[in-house]
Ligand binder design. Structure first.
Ligand code: SAM
Length: 248
């Protein structure tokens, strides 16, 4: 796994402070040789902040158990990055079985609004919200103007603190989601892309191409495990983009 930012893979305390992302535990990661990452990195996280790393790991595993289509070795560092950030409004495009929706509910404020947009979402997922959270499910095509308007109505002038784009993985699809919904994320807010690594087995998945373009114009971080594990193919990877921030 690698965690890197735009400046030659370095993540410094200044970036951490500015973006309010918790990189203290990641500053050591970039020094670990690439081939030795994964378990070596996790051990290093455990050594630096045992309780925090264990909590991140537990949440990642629970999300996976609830169907999150994620690698826990990418999900746990992402959780660590987000855990101290105020998330009052989260919008996820692409929810599938709901494992990640459950996770955003756990990471968000107790009074947060969490909205899922998916072509087909089970109503039961509403129960993932905490007692004072509001979970809204839009079972619609994210690319329709009516869906965007429904979201705007639900938001009632709130802005989005975290926008997750994990729906249509074609180049045009991911681009359209970004263009339609990122204007609802204010400067300093986060847009999270999943599958920034080009999968060996899925020709139509071209998030990596759009990510490669858009990251040039923003401050960004990447969490990528190089392979899917022993014997499996490459996929996944998170791109975290800080809205409105200058590029390199
Ligand atoms: C990879 S899955 C999401 C995985 C989920 N975020 C997780 O990590 O467990 C992609 C989802 O996006 C949805 N999807 C694809 N195209 C969409 C579109 N145009 N609008 C809304 N949802 C879409 C699919 O129905 C599918 O459930």
């Amino acid at each position: 796994m690698s965690v890197s930012g735009p400046m030659h893979g370095a993540i410094g305390p200044a970036a951490s402070k500015k973006d309010n992302l918790d990189f203290r535990r990641f500053s050591e990661l970039v020094r670990v040789p690439f081939e030795l990452r994964n378990y070596a990195v996790l051990l290093s996280l455990l050594r630096m902040d045992p309780a925090g790393a264990r909590a991140d790991y537990r949440l990642a595993k629970q999300a996976r158990a609830l169907g999150a289509m994620q690698k826990w070795r990418e999900l746990a560092p992402l959780i660590g990055m987000l855990r101290n950030r105020r998330l009052a409004t989260v919008v996820e495009i692409g929810t599938a079985r709901g494992g990640t929706l459950w996770l955003w509910c756990r990471l968000a404020d107790p009074h947060a609004l969490i909205v899922s947009i998916d072509l087909d979402t089970e109503a039961a997922l509403r129960a993932y919200g905490g007692p004072q959270q509001i979970v809204r499910l839009l079972s619609r095509d994210s690319h329709s103007a009516a869906t965007r308007q429904s979201l705007v109505d639900i938001l009632e002038r709130r802005s989005i603190d975290l926008l997750v784009i994990d729906g249509d993985h074609t180049y045009e699809g991911v681009k359209q989601d970004f263009e339609m919904y990122s204007p609802l994320v204010p400067d300093g807010g986060l847009v999270l892309f999943h599958d920034i690594v080009r999968p060996a087995h899925l020709e139509s998945c071209r998030v990596d191409v759009f990510w490669g373009e858009i990251k040039q114009h923003h401050r960004y971080y990447e969490i990528k495990e190089r392979s899917g594990g022993r014997g499996s193919e490459q996929w996944g990877g998170f791109g975290v983009l800080v809205q409105g921030s200058p590029g390199r």
